[in-house]
Design a protein around this ligand. Structure first.
Ligand code: 9RB
Ligand code: ZN
Length: 377
């Protein structure tokens, strides 16, 4: 097994401003903090653990590259790309669109490198240079819509990689699995009516964006059935996520039979995240990773690309990333040093209301669009 890995120091230079979650505003009580909740240090620390643990020695470094305008425009509108480019020239930068996603001068270059890096990893896996891969990019992308950024996201890295796979690499069926704790609304919107892209998001019920990722949202037009939402009850732990992996994620991927699986990999379902209330540990992320790897082996020749999304605990995200990439690469180099704490918190056993939610989503699986021609491999 060869696993690609990508990080660029520039991702650690994404300037999220001096606010904490909201920009500093004394009249609203928002104090400056310096470390915005989405400060890139969390991802830089994940990269450093991957290096210090020795895992990096088992990985094949893939060279980051910048997305071209043509590649960005496969998902985003010209007016939006121009706005981000323009605001990036301003001394104080700008905001991706919702007032809580500030970026500093030069952010266009960083965001375009993130989108291009998702593409670069997809190209490496598509060409067989590596079997699977993890692109540790920043900023995240999964909330970004064609004409606006949202929730700390500028360009929708995963959606851009999916379009590139189809339009430049000739890959037909793409599955996007989003396990960030927030809903993957961007890909859902971009591919809503497209039966060739399965969008499956498992997230905390009604966490962010508001009223997004509901059970009833199942795609539109020809794409009906190719959009699956698993809105997990607040407080779901490893047992609930493992049950969802076994009951919905694996079977949904088996039904869809993609030629490539992209994962929007957020580590904010973890038990220490400040922006959600789930209890997942490295045990849960390992099961999720094994589930998508097995699905990729079944229909996609193993082709699996993970792209970093959220995750805001500087303490635990590095271990979640380490466990995920260890699983991808089939090696084990270091124990989860935080598991004695988060694994012992309780709440990991599957509860009846969690099982009921997952079982309800499982009733949607027959509606997933099948391959109409015989699999090519
Ligand atoms: C709400 C606001 C947010 C924004 C972003 C996140 C996390 C994103 C992420 C969580 C809550 C504002 C609900 C502003 O990690 N994605 O993966 N809250 N945003 N105003 N209101 C009403
Ligand atoms: Zn998130």
């Amino acid at each position: 097994m060869t696993t690609g890995y990508l990080w660029d120091e520039l991702f650690g230079w994404h300037d999220t401003g001096s606010g904490s979650l909201f920009p500093a505003d004394p009249d609203a009580g928002h104090q400056p903090l310096g470390h915005h909740v989405a400060h890139p240090d969390t991802k830089r620390r994940m990269h450093e653990l991957i290096c210090v643990s020795g895992l990096v020695d088992h990985l094949t470094r893939i060279t980051p590259r910048t997305a071209t305008d043509e590649e960005l425009l496969r998902v985003h509108t010209p007016a939006y790309v121009d706005r981000i480019r323009h605001e990036s020239t301003l001394p104080k930068g700008g905001d991706a669109g919702d007032g809580i996603s500030p970026f500093g001068k030069g952010a266009f270059r960083i965001a375009a490198l993130g989108a291009g890096s998702a593409i670069a990893m997809t190209e490496a896996v598509g060409a067989g240079t590596v079997d699977n891969g993890y692109a540790l990019v920043n900023p995240a992308g999964h909330h970004a819509l064609p004409d606006t950024g949202l929730g700390f996201c500028i360009f929708n890295n995963v959606a851009i990689a999916a379009r590139h796979a189809q339009q430049a690499l000739g890959i037909e069926r793409v599955a996007i699995v989003d396990w960030d704790v927030h809903h993957g609304n961007g890909a859902q919107a971009v591919f809503a009516d497209d039966p060739s892209v399965l969008t499956l998001s498992i997230h905390q019920d009604n966490c962010f964006p508001p009223n997004s990722g509901l059970l009833e949202q199942r795609g539109t037009g020809d794409g009906w059935g190719a959009d699956v939402n698993v809105p997990m009850p607040v407080g779901s732990g490893d047992g609930a996520y493992q049950y969802a992996a076994r009951t919905v994620i694996g079977p949904a991927l088996e039904a869809f039979a993609p030629d490539l699986i992209l994962v929007a990999s957020g580590f904010d379902p973890n038990a220490m995240d400040p922006l959600a209330r789930q209890l997942v540990t490295t045990r849960g992320f390992t099961t999720l990773t094994q589930t998508v790897m097995q699905a990729a082996d079944r229909s996609a020749g193993g082709r699996l690309v993970m792209v970093q999304e959220g995750g805001y605990s500087p303490v635990y995200v590095p271990f979640c990333g380490l466990a995920t990439i260890e699983t991808l690469a089939g090696v084990h180099v270091m124990e989860d040093g935080i598991l004695p704490v988060v694994g012992g918190m309780g709440g990991h056993a599957l509860e009846p209301h969690q099982q009921a939610l997952v079982d309800r989503v499982a009733t949607f699986l027959p509606d997933i669009p099948r391959r109409t021609v015989a699999a090519s491999h």
